[in-house]
Design a binder for this molecule. Structure first.
Ligand SMILES: C[S@@+](CC[C@H](N)C(=O)[O-])C[C@H]1O[C@@H](n2cnc3c(N)ncnc32)[C@H](O)[C@@H]1O
Length: 85
């Protein structure tokens, strides 16, 4: 297993890599309006394997995103979820 660090603009909604086992996206969605948050959220879920873990910032309101039903809550306060479908 290896880690690769690279710059990526989430707003492009394009990333050739993935799907990933783990996505940590803390305190980034807060910069976007609600519509863009929803798009980026769905994009991140597309890039996450079923069974993979995704984490957001503890104050981010991801519960209202369109594809939220693809996630199981592991830690609500810490905004840590597992993709179930
Ligand atoms: C408040 S910092 C959070 C840093 C870190 N994730 C944390 O929780 O400590 C917000 C981060 O969002 C990144 N960011 C803002 N717009 C972005 C975009 N369109 N694509 C990717 N990252 C973005 C910024 O570069 C910055 O690193």
């Amino acid at each position: 297993m290896s880690a690769v660090f690279e710059v990526h603009d989430l707003v492009s909604l394009y990333w050739e890599k993935g799907p990933f086992d783990l996505i940590v996206c803390r305190n980034v969605l807060i910069y976007f309006n609600t519509q863009l948050q929803d798009k980026v959220f769905s994009f991140l879920l597309e890039k996450l394997k079923v069974g993979g873990i995704i984490a957001f910032g503890s104050r981010e309101s991801v519960f209202y995103c369109q594809d939220f039903n693809q996630l199981e809550i592991l830690d609500q306060d810490a905004r840590i979820f597992r993709k179930i479908g």
